[in-house]
Design a binder for this molecule. Structure first.
Ligand code: HEC
Ligand code: HEC
Length: 429
């Protein structure tokens, strides 16, 4: 997934040197992630979604320098990782974009985690990424918009930072209007935005260099503290935020085993065991009858939600006008502001529905309060404007009954997986 590059070789050599003095320091718990190595490049294979990746440096309270030194001298911290997608995202492996400059390592993911939760990254040390991307709300906020530095309210609802690693189809387009070119580009924009964190690159690099715990980590993992390295480390962390298995995923897995020939199962104990575990997964996380009806609507030609919410992450990464917010006197024109093309007038990026249970309120302006209201939006025939997507009109004409709407809500809920568990503390002093 991460192709070696010349820069990478240099970085690996550098990282290896942090391990050289291992004998001098107490080792951190090495937490081997899988212990497996991929045959071709000897990298450690790690399952994305493994909570140990996001659990922080082992221990409690603020990070002490000795703990950081121990962590950095542990070879596992610096071993380049190959990420293995969880089963439900695997069919979308082609959507994962390679990181050009730096290979993913546990050290970089962990440094990114610390930076994500650290308000010292903002000009007045009051706002962190997590202020607007709260872990307990699917890495967005539970209000319409979020507040940045000095209490300044934004105009858009922060997107849920879930399964971002899957969001790189072809040209990488981040933000509701696609104006950022990568996860790193988007987050550095947020960091520098005067209404969000107002960080000035040189000042922030100096500030982090002055925090010994950060300086040690940057020097070991990147050679130096730099704006680029800050972006890379936080990006590495964001790429690891994936949703867990959903009731729908368990159901889909079960369907591939359900009708297997009993004779075949009698002969193949391994297959039989996998069938049993797939059945158990559906009983732990049941796919309800209502969701089953909702599924037919979602993918079928009556509601046809999958015209836009498709692929393993339920988004085409495209921009569509479904009429949200356009009735206001000064509407946000979305993608049109970036391209100036008529077809982009009032269009916004299709969001994933994989975390939807946790991410209310909805839409780019946070104007829709609940999932039931979202479905009503599609059925309400009030979104009319000069560029309304024809697929929206299709749903509108279908006249979904009350039952249909409830079933669609049930299906969207069944597609929501659990949120990644992340350590919020354990920052350098
Ligand atoms: C003041 C609130 C605020 C802060 C602080 C903030 N963000 Fe955001 N973030 C937003 C909003 C709002 C958007 C959507 C912007 C848009 O579409 O124009 C966004 C978009 C993003 C995106 C693009 C997601 C997508 O689906 O396209 C990423 C990635 C991101 N933020 C990461 C971060 C990181 C990492 C930090 C910390 C360095 C951060 N943000 C700080 C509010 C914030
Ligand atoms: C024409 C493409 C298209 C179709 C068809 C479509 N959607 Fe959407 N969906 C979008 C876009 C674009 C947004 C975000 C709009 C905005 O914020 O302005 C969205 C937003 C959502 C959201 C809110 C997610 C969030 O995090 O804010 C949910 C839930 C949703 N759609 C479910 C559905 C369901 C269910 C259907 C079928 C009834 C459907 N969509 C049909 C494009 C589409």
């Amino acid at each position: 997934m991460h192709r070696p590059s010349p820069i990478l070789t240099a970085v690996v050599a550098l990282a290896a040197s942090c391990g050289a003095s291992a004998a001098r320091h107490a080792q951190a718990d090495p937490l081997p992630v899988t212990g497996r190595h991929s045959a071709e490049d000897q990298r450690t294979v790690v399952r994305l979604g493994d909570p140990r990746l996001l659990a922080g440096i082992p221990g409690a309270g603020p990070l002490e320098l000795e703990e950081i030194r121990g962590w950095l001298t542990d070879p596992a911290t610096n071993a380049p990782l190959t990420l293995e997608l969880p089963a439900w995202l695997r069919p979308g492996a082609g959507q994962v974009k390679e990181l050009a400059d730096y290979p993913l390592t546990r050290g970089r993911i962990e440094l990114g985690r610390q930076l994500f939760f650290d308000p010292r990254l903002s000009a007045d040390s009051s706002v962190s990424c997590a202020t607007c991307h709260e872990p307990e709300h699917g890495f967005t906020v539970s209000t319409r918009v979020a507040k940045g530095i000095g209490g300044q309210a934004g105009t858009r609802n922060p997107p849920a930072l879930l399964n971002r690693i899957m969001l790189s189809v072809g040209e990488d387009r981040q933000f509701w209007d696609g104006r950022a070119t990568s996860v790193e580009d988007a987050l550095l924009h947020a960091l520098a935005d005067p209404t969000e964190m107002n960080a000035e690159p040189t000042a922030l690099v100096d500030k982090l260099t002055g925090i010994e715990g950060y300086r040690l980590q940057f020097e070991c993992l990147y050679g130096d503290v730099s704006w680029d390295a800050i972006g890379d480390a936080i990006g590495a962390f964001v790429r690891c935020l994936v949703t867990g298995d959903s009731a729908y995923d368990a159901e889909v897995a079960w369907r591939s085993y359900r009708n297997l020939d009993p004779e075949l199962l009698a002969e193949d104990a391994d297959l039989a065991a996998r069938r049993t575990s797939a059945r158990e997964a559906t009983s732990r996380n049941p796919f309800l009858e209502s969701a089953r009806r909702g599924e037919r609507l979602f993918f079928g030609n009556r509601a046809w939600c999958s015209a836009c919410h498709n692929g393993v992450n339920f988004t085409d990464e495209g921009f569509h006008n479904i009429g949200v917010g356009l009735a206001s006197p000064e509407p946000d024109l979305g993608r049109y502001r970036v391209t100036g093309r008529d077809e982009d007038w009032g269009a916004f990026k299709t969001p994933t529905i994989r975390g939807a249970v946790h991410t209310a309120p909805y839409m780019h302006d946070g104007s829709v309060a609940t999932l039931a209201d979202v479905i009503d939006w599609y059925a309400h025939a009030g979104a009319s404007n000069r560029n309304l997507d024809y697929r929206y009109r299709w749903i509108e004409r279908t006249s979904l009954s009350r039952q249909d709407r409830d079933d669609l809500v049930a299906f969207v809920k069944a597609c929501s997986g659990s949120l990644p568990a992340v350590a919020k503390g354990r920052l350098p002093r």
